[in-house]
Design a protein around this ligand. Structure first.
Ligand code: NAD
Length: 251
């Protein structure tokens, strides 16, 4: 069966776990050849080119993108998904932690995009999809640093879409609500009462449950598809209505 991504090559950062791994599976199903750029390449899904990459290290990123093009012959789809969390108010993290998180969540996307642009310019179906967050569009407590990083990702997405449209490169992002991934499992394991904490996270989303990684991947693949050639500079929320709905309390 023909897939939307037949003949195309995708690179997914953070593709070894959670949302990134779900994106990798979805792209493979639709015919793409996929490279996983991750700190943990051993955990990458099967049938991928897994390359140990630290998005916080420019030399590592350049080498990885070079390897993708050398081994797979081209690069059409870049999914900038690798990211880390941070907790606390604006007062709770020192400069070093602010710089560490921004270095991965924001500059990581800058580095990989910068390295990928020459190959993307050669593609007839070039696209970048960034993983943002509901934190970019809603004020969440105890998430000042993480929110700043994801707000910057949303703004960067628009700016890049404007810069690269004339080169035939689309740039979009997906803003997930709280998604059921190993990241959230780690967070819950740290809570005093993980069951109560999970229930609170589920209740925060109007549809009453966590978002699945596959649901986020569906939006990423939609944006990445050559069928979406008129969609650029936009963000899709995959958050069970958390951003835009105001419901009456459940009875
Ligand atoms: P995850 O922890 O399950 O997976 C993250 C992956 O990124 C891991 O494979 C990890 O090895 C990799 N990674 C981390 N730092 C890296 C680095 N410096 N270089 C290369 N790879 C690195 O997390 P997830 O929940 O799948 O999150 C993926 C993305 O989705 C992140 O950008 C996150 O901010 C975003 N997001 C997650 C949620 C959620 O609730 N899980 C909600 C909104 C947005």
């Amino acid at each position: 069966m023909a897939g939307d991504f037949d003949g195309l090559v995708a690179a997914v950062t953070g593709g070894s776990s959670g949302i990134g791994a779900a994106v990798v599976h979805a792209l493979l199903e639709q015919g793409a050849r996929v490279a996983v750029l991750d700190l943990d390449p051993e955990s990458a899904p099967a049938d991928t080119l897994a390359i140990r990459t630290d998005v916080a290290d420019d030399a590592s990123v350049r080498a990885a993108v070079h390897q993708v093009v050398a081994e797979l012959g081209r690069l059409d789809v870049l999914v900038n998904n690798a990211g880390i969390g941070a907790q606390g108010t604006v007062a709770d993290n020192d400069d070093a932690e602010w710089l560490r998180v921004l270095d991965i969540n924001l500059l990581g996307m800058v580095r990989v995009s910068r390295a990928a642009l020459p190959a993307l310019r050669q593609s007839p179906a070039a696209v970048i999809v960034n993983t943002g967050s509901i934190a970019a569009t809603a004020g969440l407590p105890q998430r000042a640093l993480y929110t700043a990083s994801k707000g910057a990702v949303l703004a960067l997405t628009r700016a890049m879409a404007a810069d690269h449209l004339s080169e035939g490169i689309r740039v979009n992002c997906v803003n997930p609500g709280t998604a059921d991934t190993p990241w959230i499992s780690r967070l819950l394991a740290l809570a005093d009462d993980p069951t109560a904490e999970r229930a609170a996270l589920e209740a925060r989303q109007p549809h009453g449950r966590l978002v699945s990684a596959d649901e986020v991947a569906g939006a990423v693949v939609y944006l990445a598809s050559p069928r979406s050639g008129s969609t650029t500079g936009t963000a899709i929320s995959v958050d069970g209505g958390m951003q835009d709905l105001r419901l009456r309390p459940r009875q």
